[in-house]
Design a protein around this ligand. Structure first.
Ligand code: BG6
Ligand code: MG
Length: 219
């Protein structure tokens, strides 16, 4: 068995920083959007997020301008990311990773973010991961399963042998489309397509994963 973790919203709560930076961009362009709309951006690539936001504001622009705004948004986002440290690791994550490592369970990262390596370094978790598949490495983003399929391959496992941890409905869709077992991290209302949903990793151990894995595979 192996575990593949999404980054934003599963390991750290960077969604709030993405929201701040995108909001700043929308405001500069003369409109606003709310937290409910922000939910739709979870798991979505930078480019697709920009297009969604521009749609909400009824703004159209040329491709070259979009590229410029993406760089500006990312600079704003990184100003926030650069202040992050290990205190921002979500509760229970580090002890779970340690337990998995101890048990020699292969661990992968499967994220849409092109900043994933920087964030993992910033919070000191890079060494836990046997493979890192992120937005720099895939052609098709979530809900396409490419991210997780690449991760499983690099871990030397079949999708059915891996559990994917995801906070975004699009990420859960990607996992299921690839034939993975998916554990949703967050609210069951949003993540109804997952095999199982947990509110977070507090009180969540390697034994919990093993039990869920057996249950999900009906062993
Ligand atoms: C995902 C986030 O993990 O990464 C999205 O949920 C984000 O909100 C996407 O847009 C891309 O991130 P980045 O860091 O490459 O802009
Ligand atoms: Mg996420």
């Amino acid at each position: 068995m192996g575990c593949i973790f999404d980054l934003d919203g599963v390991i750290v709560d960077t969604a709030k920083y993405h929201f701040q930076a995108w909001k700043r961009l929308a405001n500069e362009l003369g409109f606003d959007f709310d937290e409910t709309q922000n939910e739709q951006l979870k798991g979505v690539s930078r480019y697709d997020s920009l297009n969604l936001i521009l749609d909400w504001g009824g703004v159209s622009m040329e491709e070259a301008k979009k590229q410029e705004w993406m760089i500006t948004k990312n600079d704003w986002y990184l100003e926030l990311v650069n202040k992050m440290n290990a205190d921002e690791i979500l509760p229970g994550v580090q002890s779970l990773l340690s337990e998995l490592k101890e048990a020699e369970v292969p661990i992968g990262l499967g994220s849409a973010s092109k900043n994933s390596t920087r964030i993992l370094n910033q919070i000191g978790l890079t060494s836990y991961f046997d493979t890192i598949v992120d937005g720099n490495r895939v052609k098709k983003g979530k809900p396409d399963p490419e991210t997780f399929l690449t991760g499983a391959k690099e871990l030397g496992l079949k999708p059915v042998q891996c559990i994917v941890f995801e906070d975004a409905p699009k990420g859960v869709k990607a996992a299921k489309a690839g034939g993975f077992k998916a554990i949703g991290v967050g609210s069951a209302e949003h993540l109804y397509e997952a095999d199982y949903v947990v509110p977070g990793f507090e009180n969540f151990s390697y034994t919990t994963i093993l039990n869920l894995y057996r249950r999900m595979n009906e062993i």
